[in-house]
Design a protein around this ligand. Structure first.
Ligand SMILES: Nc1ncnc2c1ncn2[C@@H]1O[C@H](COP(=O)(O)OP(=O)(O)O)[C@@H](O)[C@H]1O
Ligand SMILES: N[C@@H](CCC(=O)OP(=O)(O)O)C(=O)O
Length: 365
């Protein structure tokens, strides 16, 4: 299974001042076993600011944004060095991905981020994602890694997002303040009921940050992409394996639909198409068989769409065959229409793969 695992600062540091080497070595061992079992993990890791602060305790951050950005810039390579070494001990390679909200929102960057992430996963490399704090001013920030990890889960079509924290999950009251608080194990109501938002520390309209509130917000984003979210305790080094073995751990917020279905709905509901790709009879047959649309089957285009735009696919007689997300712009497609996959690079000087639209981004009608 493809899954996104998010480690909060509290998990990375084990409650201490710096990243906890032993704790992260446990994460590396756990991911090694997941990979061996055929799973495809993506890690979203906080802890850059904490790692920076450990190196330069004299730079006080608090709510000082530039200082936080400095600490993050200082701490991120130290954190990655630790991941690189600990994962290498397990025979695994890691790759760093730093993103802002703008990268996930913008159509073309979205496709580029997705292609890179999926390529790394396919190559057996574990992507380690964090927010690009240096660039992340208020307008383009995701704001917290809980929500960033939910966006990443949508990006890679992961059916499961695991948010590891310092509690067993969401309780019906903050367990730090209420000894009688009880764990909420399952949430399938959509939207998440108000009493649970209140338990998490705020109302749905509130502006609270951190704690469980951002985890519920993340679960709502993940759910729209067809991803189940599990909030669980990162102090337990076997928690992910127990979860994947079918044990009920932590709090599960259920999506109700699969990522594939969610992507289909997104493509179908994606507003007016920005243009159309016209295909030949061979491509029409291929689409009917559930295959990708290759450049060789494209005859012409209509409209001025860009890479990442939603377009219609029309048959030789003009019939609407499908809707999908274009892998090349209209201008590029006009140049490579009818050309074999191997010719694309010769014509354009670069390529994004042989597909005009990848089958994962196509909904046939
Ligand atoms: N209803 C609740 N259930 C569980 N934890 C809660 C709840 N309300 C507030 N919290 C607090 O949320 C904290 C976890 O959030 P946070 O520190 O932001 O985690 P992380 O760094 O792992 O993202 C817990 O330590 C807990 O005190
Ligand atoms: N990008 C920041 C983390 C921000 C964040 O969301 O932290 P947390 O709430 O601990 O998951 C860092 O690496 O320190």
């Amino acid at each position: 299974m493809r899954l996104v695992i998010k480690l909060g600062t509290s998990t990375v540091t084990g409650g201490g001042a710096a990243p906890d080497r032993a704790r992260l070595a446990g994460v590396a061992r756990s991911l090694r076993r997941l990979c061996d079992a055929g799973h495809q993990p993506v890690l979203v890791s906080s802890g850059a600011v904490a790692a920076g602060r450990a190196l330069r305790p004299d730079i006080a951050a608090g709510r000082n944004v530039p200082h936080k950005q400095m600490l993050s810039a200082l701490g991120q390579p130290a954190l990655m060095a630790l991941y690189t070494a600990l994962f290498a001990d397990e025979g695994l390679q890691v790759a760093q991905i730093l993103l802002t909200h703008a990268d996930v929102e913008h159509r073309r960057r979205y496709l580029n981020a997705r292609t890179t992430l999926l390529g790394l996963i396919d190559a057996g490399i574990v992507p380690v994602v964090n927010e690009n704090d240096t660039l992340a001013t208020a307008e383009i920030r995701v704001g917290d890694n809980d929500q960033l990890s939910a966006l990443i889960a949508g990006l890679v079509d992961a059916p499961l997002l695991v948010l590891l924290t310092d509690q067993d999950g969401l309780f019906d009251a903050d367990p730090r303040r209420n000894a009688d608080a009880r764990l909420v194990t399952d949430i399938s109501e959509d939207p998440i009921p108000d009493v649970l938002w209140e338990a998490a520390g705020g109302s749905t309209g509130g502006l609270g940050t951190g704690g469980m509130l951002t985890k519920l917000r993340a679960a709502e984003i993940a759910r729209r992409a067809g991803t189940d979210t599990v909030i669980a305790n990162g102090q337990d080094s076997a928690v992910i394996e127990r979860l994947l073995a079918g044990e009920a751990v932590g709090t599960r917020i259920r999506a109700g639909i699969a990522p594939r279905e969610a992507r289909k709905r997104y493509i179908l509901a994606g507003g007016r198409a920005r243009g159309a790709i016209v295909v030949d009879a061979g491509a029409e047959t291929a689409l009917g068989a559930g295959r990708s649309l290759l450049a060789v089957g494209v005859t012409t285009t209509d409209g001025d769409f860009g890479r990442g735009d939603t377009v219609e696919v029309r048959g030789p007689a003009g019939r609407l065959l499908a809707r999908g997300i274009a892998n090349y712009s209209a201008a590029e497609l006009l140049r490579i229409a009818g050309r074999r996959s191997g010719d694309i690079e010769t014509v354009l000087g670069y390529h994004y793969g042989p597909e005009a639209i990848h089958r994962n981004d196509l909904v046939t009608l």
